[in-house]
Design a protein around this ligand. Structure first.
Ligand SMILES: *Cc1c(COP(=O)(O)O)cnc(C)c1O
Length: 318
């Protein structure tokens, strides 16, 4: 990846003239079945640009509880895009009920008009849970019936597609805009793309400039993205490693469902905290009473086995 970055052909992307950037944007738009794509420095900026595009001040948007756009983007969908957030409870982990989308989408029209449904696939905090194609289509149909626009936070969409064994565009059907990350599992240092039709892209270029997200010789970063897209399939190994980790943790007395992608959400035996894990060299995040592990290309199967062995030796009440 570093070699591809060094060798990248570049231009000035502030002027929309960087050939490698344009090639990356075309490739991602095609993979996702969207008209066009625009590179942005982060998934957070991609989601914000979509929110700014869809929402007028005071309009409500719906998103599943604990969605990234609700919980981890410093409130920018409200702060900068002016949206009024409404969290949808999960019918299944990370997945809202289409009927509720229809009901809320049409409720209170005169008092608080609802404009937008934001979906998240996979859902990060729910544990990388996957919304399957038929359920995605039911959500899209419900949003359309309520006259809502649809944005998909697909930061981890690649993982969903691999888990379901479907092409990525099967999971974007019917949405107006979608954001995908090249960082995360794909291992690119900087970059995400936000996609929509040509009109969306034109406006997104303006919004990106406003937010300070336009870059000059972006081809250096785009080349990293193109390299990552060549190895999309390797995400499958991350999913296998997550299952290996979950099995090991369960055997050591942790409670954890079978992971659907590369995120393992687990409840430790009493007395085990992320600090205990850090002391034995295992990094993980606390999410309330749960601990979240993420597997990725830089952690090998051997290292997972080693981590499980170290965790199993920690003192804790089983
Ligand atoms: C990581 C993530 C983002 C944000 O991506 P950044 O590139 O870190 O800003 C958005 N949504 C979801 C679901 C994510 O997991």
């Amino acid at each position: 990846m570093r070699a591809a970055m060094a060798a990248a052909e570049v231009g000035d992307d502030v002027l929309d003239r960087d050939p490698t950037m344009l090639a990356l944007e075309r490739r991602v738009a095609d993979l996702l079945g969207m008209g066009s794509a625009l590179w942005v420095p982060s998934g957070t900026m991609g989601n914000l640009i979509a929110a700014m595009f869809h929402l007028r001040r005071g309009e409500r948007f719906l998103a599943p509880e604990r969605a990234h756009i609700l919980a981890f983007e410093s409130g920018t969908a409200a702060w900068l895009a002016g949206g009024m957030p409404e969290a949808l409870p999960w019918a299944r982990p990370g997945r809202p009920d289409p009927e509720l989308v229809r009901t809320l989408g049409t409720a209170d029209r005169e008092w608080l008009p609802t404009r937008l449904l934001c979906l998240e696939n996979t859902h990060n905090v729910a544990g990388g849970t996957v919304t399957p194609v038929d359920e995605h289509q039911r959500l899209v149909a419900a949003a359309r019936a309520a006259d809502l626009r649809i944005h998909l936070d697909g930061a981890r969409l690649w993982n969903a597609a691999i888990a379901l064994d479907v092409p990525p565009h099967a999971l974007t059907e019917g949405v107006d805009t979608v954001q995908v990350c090249l960082s995360k599992g794909l291992g690119v240092p900087v970059g995400a793309l936000v996609c929509g039709d040509a009109d969306f892209r034109a406006e997104a270029v303006r919004l990106r400039r406003m937010l300070g997200g336009a870059v000059r010789q972006g081809g250096i970063l785009a080349a990293a993205g193109l390299t990552a897209l060549d190895r999309l399939d390797s995400l499958r190994e991350d999913h296998e490693k997550a299952r290996l980790l979950a099995d090991g943790l369960r055997a050591a007395g942790w409670e954890t469902p079978m992971p659907e992608t590369n995120i393992v959400m687990a409840r430790p035996p009493e007395g085990i905290t992320p600090d205990c894990l850090a002391r034995v060299g295992v990094s993980a995040f606390a999410f309330g009473s749960m601990i979240r592990f993420v597997t990725h290309r830089d952690v090998s199967r051997c290292e997972i086995t080693e981590a499980v062995n170290r965790v199993a030796e920690l003192p804790g009440k089983r």
